[in-house]
Ligand binder design. Structure first.
Ligand SMILES: O=C(CO)[C@H](O)[C@H](O)COP(=O)(O)O
Ligand SMILES: [Co+2]
Length: 227
């Protein structure tokens, strides 16, 4: 089991980067742990961002591993290609997956970590047994689709529930939070048991993105140490 107080990871979302300068903006966050890439398809969410060809291009130039968050329909069909492209981790939404157990195995076979994401209205309990096959659980702290939304503190009990389930079962499973994570909200996420923190507007909206990453890491690490 991952010990409470283990290393926290900061994953800035390039959703808030300058899409005309993605390579430059990846290098602005080279001190972060992962670059979070939000893939949206106009169907699972009412927004469209980027897809596999762009992820393949980012993979060639990124100084840090890519953490792909797929907000798409039919991830069983489309997600493994993101793993084959070299993404470190590939997140599918449990609401969209037909056979999440097989999908997680397919992602592992293609060389990526597998993560299941839960929208704010999706309970964790029906999916607890999938902890056997995933490396990470993403608890959304906004409705997926857009950056810059307000953090939903009412998702913290779900983070605690996932952390407790991981503790009961053992294993090295991370919990990621995504949406509205900033200096003012990250500590409650860490205190609830999250250890991977996605932040888009809080990092790219800062004057110095690298300094914002360090600030978030410091706040989360201090809190994780007291869990
Ligand atoms: O998945 C997402 C939206 O669906 C983004 O990763 C998330 O919203 C990050 O942006 P911000 O930190 O500005 O909320
Ligand atoms: Co995301």
């Amino acid at each position: 089991m991952r010990k409470p107080g283990g290393r926290v990871l900061i994953a800035p979302s390039i959703l808030s980067a300058d899409f005309a300068n993605l390579e430059r903006d990846l290098h602005r966050i080279a001190n972060a742990d992962w670059a979070h890439v939000d893939v949206m398809d106009y169907h699972f969410v009412p927004n469209l961002t980027l897809g596999l060809p762009v992820v393949e291009a980012l993979q060639r130039v990124s100084p840090i591993p890519l953490d792909c968050h797929l907000m798409i329909e039919d991830p069983d069909r489309w997600a493994p290609a993101y793993a084959e492209a070299g993404a470190h981790s590939v997140t599918f939404h449990i609401e969209a997956a037909r056979d999440p157990r097989t999908l997680a195995k397919d992602l592992h076979a293609a060389g990526a970590q597998a993560c299941m994401a839960l929208k704010p209205g999706t309970p964790f309990a029906p999916y607890e047994e999938l902890l056997d096959v995933v490396d990470m659980v993403l608890v959304m702290t906004v409705e997926p689709g857009f950056g810059g939304q307000s953090f939903m503190a009412d998702q913290m009990p779900k983070v605690r529930e996932v952390r407790e389930a991981i503790g009961r079962r053992g294993g090295q499973i991370r919990i990621e939070v995504d949406g509205g994570v900033a200096a003012s909200t990250i500590e409650q996420c860490a205190a609830a048991g999250a250890d991977v923190f996605v932040a888009g507007s809080a990092v790219y909206g800062a004057e110095d993105a690298a300094a914002a990453v360090e600030e978030l890491r410091g706040l989360a690490q201090a809190c994780a140490g007291h869990r």
